[in-house]
Design a protein around this ligand. Structure first.
Ligand code: SAM
Length: 247
């Protein structure tokens, strides 16, 4: 059946994604810097500035950083909160988490983080157990995006916030052609030089093109139950930050 075929394709997708991140885990941070010219750091800083985690309070402030990989977002959240926030870094890939846990030993506040292997589509966390849910450059890898957003809503407390940072389609006249040429001709070869294989990076470029546009994705956040959904474009639309509230 059509439905059957679609299910198989989605299973294949997760398998491919897992292979990509298994292969690049050890060089993932270096690749990010090379391919974005370091700009991913500024986008991540902007995401965490927008979250503005508290530095004190009467009860713990708990964040789930989903598809958290090597812990980039989590480290920024903990530092910005001056060690007050507690972050659970969760990812489907044990290799990414291993690299992240190793790195976290040298954080300023290493006790504020824990690592949990999980699929964003089926979270092993209780309802209403987090104050914020962040996901950076992760949601486009998840085969069933709506399912992941529904889960995000479930695990957030009332008053909790979701922030999603993701690549978007560049549509700025003039810049779009340059960006397309950069993506097609430079990203896969750069991937081959650093990791020995261009194919995962070909996948990266394609997954960005297939990701829903900001209005459609905002609609999916609304479907999951999020309110006051808004989005902000970064750097000529290369990346978009989405925000929503569980009210
Ligand atoms: N958030 C990190 C960052 O911004 O540097 C890592 C982003 S990395 C591009 C994407 C991550 O999504 C990978 O670590 C991958 O293992 C994870 N991922 C892919 N599918 C997932 C799923 N279904 N559930 C949880 N994590 C997933």
């Amino acid at each position: 059946t059509h439905f059957g075929e679609q299910t198989v394709a989605l299973e294949d997708k997760q398998g491919l994604v897992n292979q990509v991140f298994h292969d690049v885990a050890d060089r993932y941070d270096l690749m990010n810097d090379l391919m974005s010219g370091g700009v991913h750091r500024l986008w991540k800083d902007a995401m965490v500035a927008d979250l503005a985690p508290p530095r004190s309070g009467s009860r713990p402030y708990r964040v789930l950083d989903m598809a958290g990989g090597t812990g980039d977002i989590a480290e920024r959240i903990v530092n910005t909160s001056h060690g007050y926030a507690e972050v659970v870094v969760s990812d489907i890939n044990a290799d990414m988490l291993r690299v992240g846990a190793e790195r976290a030993k040298r954080w300023r506040y290493p006790a504020q983080v824990s690592f949990v292997e999980a699929n964003a589509e089926e979270l092993p966390f209780e309802d209403a157990s987090f104050d914020a849910y962040t996901i950076a450059f992760g949601i486009r890898n998840v085969p069933r995006i709506q399912k992941a957003l529904d889960e995000a809503h479930r695990v957030l407390k009332r008053g909790g916030r979701i922030l999603v940072l993701e690549f978007s389609q560049v549509d700025v006249p003039g810049f779009d052609a340059v960006y397309k040429a950069f993506s097609d001709r430079l990203i896969p070869p750069m991937g081959r030089v650093v990791t020995g294989d261009a194919q995962p990076y070909q996948y990266l470029v394609e997954s960005i093109r297939k990701f829903p546009d900001p209005h459609r994705f905002s609609g999916m956040l609304g479907t999951a139950g999020f309110k006051r959904v808004k989005h902000t474009a970064f750097t000529g639309n290369i990346a978009t930050l989405f925000s929503g509230w569980k009210l």
